[in-house]
Design a protein around this ligand. Structure first.
Ligand code: CMP
Length: 139
């Protein structure tokens, strides 16, 4: 199925200079970049994005991390883009991620884990709409 998913290249990967490597990987894997922007999230933007995790013990640290520097947000499109991107990212915790995945390659730990990806079609729709209007997404 042709799907779209949201990707975030997180502050750790941006500050370490991995934007280009990660974008190249998307292109190599046939995930088409249909929208892209760089931003420095405010506290309320990060809290809003991660609102499903607000009761988790790691929430405040996660918000602090996500606002610590610039991020790149992208909408990716392709056949089964949601599950394909998730396998390219690897497990949330890089210690448990498969060799060659983005998190194994670029993440330091379960919080500073280099990239985010939507986990399901409904989430992908909400997350893409959080950062992009329909007009921002190229046809
Ligand atoms: P992400 O895929 O963006 O979704 C939620 C984020 O919360 C996750 O990546 C990590 O950055 C962070 N996270 C998830 N689990 C933990 C944890 N156990 N401890 C700290 N941070 C976590």
């Amino acid at each position: 199925m042709l799907e779209r998913t949201l990707s975030i290249i997180k502050p750790d990967a941006v500050s370490k200079g991995h934007i280009g490597d990660i974008l190249a990987r998307f292109e190599k894997e046939g995930l088409q970049i249909v929208a892209l922007r760089m931003l420095h999230l405010s506290k309320s933007e990060a809290e809003g994005f991660y609102t499903v995790h607000r009761e988790r013990p790691f929430f405040n640290d996660l918000v602090e991390f996500m606002t610590s520097g610039r991020v790149v947000v992208l909408a990716l499109e392709g056949q089964d883009a949601i599950s394909r991107y998730r396998s390219i990212m690897g497990a949330t915790d890089p210690a448990k991620a498969d060799q060659g995945t983005l998190r194994k390659l670029y993440a330091a730990n379960v919080q500073n884990n280099a990239v985010h990806g939507s986990d399901a079609p409904e989430t992908a729709k909400t997350e893409i709409a959080y950062f992009f209007s329909e007009l921002d997404i190229t046809g």
